[in-house]
Design a binder for this molecule. Structure first.
Ligand code: NDP
Length: 292
């Protein structure tokens, strides 16, 4: 058996098509959604992510402002940029690209973003709403992209056993909350680095979401036949056979495809969905600003 492809690109195209209507409607009402992206330093992968966010904005007719600051920027001046963007009425969404340089307090700085403009969904107010079971606000993009992909594939989560590998603030923990939320209704177990026998826990699962940052960690014999597997991981691994000397690997061994019913590819799975959800949050922020 070879798993069906949980095709994030195809699902993201559908999300984009729906967004185009909303953006047209906003433009008719005199508002163009506007996303500000702030990046500090010259981490090449982060610049690739930022460029693809900006290119998606262009494609959809979302205005974008790209603020690139040198790696020795001090925290006070980044704080000033964020506060100015909070004040700017024509900016609807603010994203500070992670990771920030080591001398900066990343959580403290992103907490400065006004919750209404927090299109990454990491502000305590937005995460707090999610903990309360309110899933109609700014949701973190990667976990909400995972949920949208599962819905797109027609995966019924009700009463199913889901295992989330990873408990980070930006992926694992919000993914677990969304899977367990009313309406999704899965029964969720969170696996982390202190879990005993993660393989045995995964083997019980109907749905596995892997977000650990360890290339190919989830093996075929961890997966129950017919399970749905979502691979969030994006890991660079050395590969001398490639011209550039490396390739991208997920957290899930590709051999899982022989056991699972659905498997998301890397690249082309959760990555495009994360960007699509960022666009959706930006459009939602613009709609809400207009209605306030
Ligand atoms: P973090 O490093 O913040 O979190 C990793 C989590 O995995 C932690 O909770 C950690 O446990 C857990 N973990 C690490 N090793 C093991 C192990 N051996 N067994 C069980 N659990 C383990 O990573 P992120 O959540 O930020 O990202 C996870 C992956 O997702 C990365 O590959 C990242 O690149 C990718 N990613 C992809 C995105 C996309 O758009 N597709 C967006 C964001 C991230 P503990 O808490 O105990 O340390």
């Amino acid at each position: 058996m070879s798993a069906q492809r949980l095709d994030g690109k195809a699902c993201a195209s559908q999300v984009e098509a729906e967004l185009l209507d909303r953006i047209t409607h906003l433009t008719e009402r005199g508002t163009q959604p506007h996303l500000a992206v702030v990046i500090v330093g010259d981490d090449p992968a982060s610049h690739v992510y930022v460029n693809s966010k900006i290119n998606t904005c262009k494609r959809l007719g979302i205005r974008s402002t790209h603020i690139a600051l040198p790696s020795d920027t001090d925290e006070a001046s980044l704080r000033q940029h964020i506060l100015a963007l909070n004040e700017a009425d024509d900016v609807h969404g603010i994203l500070v690209q992670s990771p920030l340089p080591a001398h900066m307090d990343e959580e403290g700085l992103t907490d400065l973003i006004h919750p209404d403009k927090d299109v990454d969904g990491f502000h305590p107010q937005n995460l707090g709403r999610l903990v309360q079971g309110r899933t109609d606000g700014m949701l973190p993009c990667t976990p909400s992209g995972v949920m949208r992909m599962l819905r797109w594939a027609g995966v019924d989560l009700k009463g199913k056993r889901a295992v989330v590998l990873g408990r980070s603030r930006i992926v694992g923990m919000p993914a677990a909350l969304l899977l367990a939320a009313k309406g999704a209704d899965a029964t969720v177990t969170v696996v982390h680095s202190r879990t005993h026998d993660a393989a045995a826990v995964c083997r019980e699962a109907d749905v596995v979401v892997a977000a650990v940052g360890r290339p190919d960690m989830v093996k075929a014999d961890w997966i129950k036949p017919g399970a749905v597997v979502v691979d969030v991981g994006i890991n660079r691994v050395d590969d001398a056979t490639r011209e550039r000397g490396w390739r991208l690997a997920g957290d899930v061994d590709p051999a899982v495809s022989e056991v699972a019913e659905w498997l998301s590819p890397v690249p082309g799975g959760v990555g495009p969905m994360t960007i699509a959800m960022l666009m959706e949050n930006t459009v939602r922020a613009a709609e809400q600003a207009l209605d306030r």
